[in-house]
Design a protein around this ligand. Structure first.
Ligand code: 5RP
Length: 210
């Protein structure tokens, strides 16, 4: 089980500072969608250059032209690129093909997918590396989380690794870990803490002890 730190509300210097604090406890750094919007793929490039030992995920949430966008993120140094599960099959297949060519990985984000079980099976058959359930900020604000959705994909996904994201905090982590994801994605549960290092260390302990 791996821990991914999601960076959403930072600029590049702040991102570097946070990663420096917690790098010993995480496996993957996510350059979040808002960071890419604000800073471009330069954020991916600078973080990969500064922390080459960590995997970097570019959270582009690709919806079309995945071959091209996976190529551009890969050129910037991304190891993993996200594509939306709601995208066309041709888009997901194009992204997977490009990722294979470049030795990169695809994480499919199932945010807003209504027919989760059926779509997860379809996406799983397309050769993606990770399938991730994700409660976005707008539904987190309405009190939702990803736990039930995770149990659904855990049951039906046979090939890809499974991942879970959306509002995971130290208090909710034991329940998440017990459900057995391959990847746990945490943003505010680390970046929103006064002592980020302690939060990441405790999370790593729970994850690696599982
Ligand atoms: O992709 C995202 C938002 O669209 C976030 O990176 C993801 O939800 C993890 O952050 P948090 O733990 O703060 O919810």
């Amino acid at each position: 089980m791996k821990l991914q730190l999601a960076l959403d509300l930072v600029d590049i210097p702040e991102a570097k500072k946070v990663v420096q604090e917690v790098e010993a406890y995480i496996d993957i750094v996510e350059i979040g969608t808002p960071v890419v919007i604000n800073e471009g793929l330069r954020a991916v490039k600078e973080i990969k250059e500064a922390f080459p030992h960590l995997q970097v995920l570019a959270d582009l949430k690709v919806m079309d032209a995945a071959g091209y966008e996976v190529m551009k993120a890969s050129e910037a140094g991304a190891d993993i690129v996200t594509i939306l599960g709601a995208a066309e099959d041709a888009t997901i297949r194009g992204g997977v093909e490009e990722a294979r060519r470049l030795g990169k990985k695809i994480l499919v984000d199932m945010i807003s997918v209504k027919n989760l079980e059926e779509r997860a099976k379809e996406v799983d058959a397309m050769g993606v590396d990770y399938i991730c359930v994700h409660t976005g900020y707008d539904l987190q604000a309405a009190g939702k989380n990803s736990f039930e959705d995770f149990l659904t994909i855990k049951r039906v996904v046979k090939n890809a690794k499974t991942a879970v994201a959306g509002g995971i905090k130290l208090a909710s982590l034991p329940e998440v870990v017990a459900a057995g994801p391959d990847l746990v994605i945490v943003g505010g549960g680390i970046t929103g803490e006064a002592d980020k290092k302690a939060a990441a260390a405790q999370m790593q302990q729970l994850i690696k002890g599982a």
